[in-house]
Design a protein around this ligand. Structure first.
Ligand SMILES: [Zn+2]
Ligand SMILES: [Zn+2]
Length: 210
């Protein structure tokens, strides 16, 4: 675990947004009441996730503009036969069975996080191993800051499964998992939560061939 700024930012997200408010949340831009299911924008400079209403969300959907805020897209893609086999996964040295990767435009580099009892933990990314993975042209589909490459590697020796998912789904996943984590390996509840999350991701995803 490192103490670099992305981890600090994630710590802030965890600390300030443990769960949706029972009496309804408000848009963090215009203060309008929003539903429990709502959209998010990333504050690129501060590297924070903000809960927003539909109107504010739509102001920041242009990914080509040099905007401070970027709307988190809602697409899910699965990447069959992705350039991340068992040996590439092992070269990345992630200590648990899943992780997510995204390009942080403020740092101008790809960062890697994995879930655990403390929430999202940053992994020092082995750039040589990542270079092999990023030869797959589908890595180019990921929008900076707002979309992540999500990887799940089972312990059965098969090639890991890879998806493109919204970054807020990753934060929701690690946040929810942190609340359930017990003991060394997370325990039964954590394992069920992980299985349910990946079932939902698989159901929502559309296959994207290379
Ligand atoms: Zn708003
Ligand atoms: Zn929210």
């Amino acid at each position: 675990m490192t103490t670099s700024s992305p981890t600090a930012v994630l710590a802030r997200i965890r600390a300030t947004r443990p769960a949706p408010q029972p009496d309804g949340e408000r848009c963090e831009m215009c203060a309008e009441t929003i539903a429990e299911e709502h959209q998010h924008v990333v504050d690129v400079g501060a590297r924070e996730l903000m809960c927003v209403c539909r109107g504010c969300y739509l102001l920041f959907t242009d990914s080509h503009a040099a905007l401070r805020y970027r709307a988190v897209p809602d697409r899910y893609l699965s990447f069959p036969d992705f350039a991340l086999g068992r040996s590439e996964w092992e070269a990345l040295q992630i200590p648990v069975g899943c992780a997510f990767f995204f390009h942080n435009s403020a740092l101008d580099r790809t960062v890697a996080f994995y879930p655990g009892p403390a929430g999202a933990t940053e992994s020092d990314l082995d750039m040589a191993a990542w270079a092999t993975v990023s030869r797959d042209p589908r890595v180019g589909l990921l929008a900076d800051d707002v979309e992540a490459l999500l990887v799940r590697a089972g312990d059965n020796g098969e090639a890991p499964h890879c998806w493109l998912v919204p970054i807020d789904a990753c934060y929701g996943f690690v946040g929810g998992l942190r609340m359930l984590w017990r003991g060394f390996d997370g325990g039964t509840q954590a394992r069920d939560f992980i299985d349910a999350f990946f079932t939902k991701v698989a159901e929502r995803s559309v296959a994207q061939l290379p």
